[in-house]
Design a protein around this ligand. Structure first.
Ligand SMILES: [Fe+2]
Length: 264
C-alpha cells in the first residue's frame, strides 16, 4: 500500500471469473509446487488443516469463489478482489467486514523469489489456510475493526502487531517451532530461515513489545515473536489493544535490529 506498483490487478468478468493467462497459471503452479516441498514440518498444523480444506488447484490460479465457498463454511470470511494497491481505509474496512483483500495479480518470473507487493499467491496460499481457523479469523476481524477507527499514527503502531502475528508469527509448539505467518509461508527462503536459521531472535510475544518493534519489509526478519498456539490469538484479540497502542506511543520504539534501509 502507498507507493507504486508495476502490477495491475486482473479484472473479473461479470460472473467474477478471471481469465488468467497460461503463463500466470504456470507461475502459480511453480510457486505452489516449490512451497509445498518446503512447508512440511515447518507450517503449523492449523495451516496444514486449512490447506487441506481449501484443496487449491495445483495447476492454475484458483478463482475467488472457490476459496470463498470454503471460508464461508468455516469462519464466515470471504476474499475480496482489489487493485494492486489500496488505501489503508479500504484495507481496514474490508477486514472489519470479514473480507480479506486479494490483489488479483501474480508476480512475474523476475520476482519469483521475492516481491514487496502482496500478490495473489501470498494472499491465497499464505493467508487463506489460516483464515479457516477460528482464532486467527477472529483476531484478524478485531484488528480490522480497531484499524478502521484508528488515527493514521495509531495505525502505524497497530500494523506492527499485525506484522508480528498475521504476517510473520511463529508458534512454539510441543513439537518445536512452527509457522503461521503468511508472509513467511509464501516465501521458501524465509520458511527455511524462520525455523532453522540461528540468526533471528525468537521471543514469546508480548503485545506491547510487538507494537514497539520496528520492522522492514524488504529483508529477512531479525526477530520473530512466538505464541504457544493459535488459540492465544483469541486472548490477544480480547485485550484492550488500543490502550496498549497508546502505551507504546508513549514509550516509543525499540532500537531497530537491522541497518537503516539506505545504508550502503
Ligand atoms: Fe499479507
Amino acid at each position: 500500500m502507498g507507493k507504486q506498483s508495476q502490477y495491475v490487478s486482473r479484472q473479473p468478468d461479470e460472473h467474477g471469473i478471471i481469465d488468467w493467462s497460461d503463463e500466470e497459471n504456470a507461475v502459480w503452479r511453480d510457486l505452489v509446487a516449490r512451497q509445498l516441498k518446503h512447508i512440511p514440518g515447518k507450517a503449523c498444523d492449523e495451516y496444514m488443516a486449512g490447506l487441506e480444506l481449501l484443496d487449491m488447484p495445483l495447476d492454475r490460479i484458483p478463482q475467488l469463489h472457490e476459496i470463498n465457498a470454503v471460508l464461508e463454511a468455516t469462519t464466515g470470511w470471504q476474499v475480496a478482489q482489489v487493485p494492486a494497491l489500496i488505501p489503508f481505509d479500504k484495507f481496514f474496512e474490508l477486514l472489519a467486514n470479514k473480507q480479506f483483500p486479494v490483489a488479483t495479480f501474480i508476480r512475474t518470473r523476475e520476482e519469483f523469489d521475492y516481491l514487496q507487493e502482496p500478490d495473489i499467491f501470498h494472499e491465497i496460499f499464505g493467508h487463506c489456510p489460516l483464515l479457516t481457523n477460528p482464532a486467527f479469523a477472529h483476531f484478524t476481524h478485531q484488528y480490522g475493526k480497531l484499524g478502521l477507527n484508528a488515527t493514521p499514527k495509531e495505525r502505524v503502531y497497530l500494523a506492527r502487531l499485525y506484522w508480528f502475528t498475521v504476517e510473520f508469527g511463529l508458534l512454539q509448539t510441543k513439537d518445536g517451532l512452527r509457522i503461521y505467518g503468511g508472509g513467511i509461508l509464501s516465501s521458501p527462503g524465509e520458511t527455511e530461515y524462520a525455523i532453522h536459521s540461528d540468526k533471528p531472535e525468537r521471543k514469546p510475544l508480548v503485545p506491547l513489545d510487538a507494537l514497539r518493534t520496528p520492522y522492514r519489509i524488504d529483508i529477512m526478519q531479525p526477530i520473530y515473536y512466538t505464541i504457544e498456539s493459535t488459540d492465544k490469538l483469541f486472548e490477544i484479540a480480547d485485550l484492550d489493544i488500543m490502550a496498549l497502542v497508546h502505551e507504546a506511543m508513549e514509550l516509543g520504539l525499540f532500537e531497530p535490529k537491522f541497518p537503516p534501509k539506505n545504508a550502503a
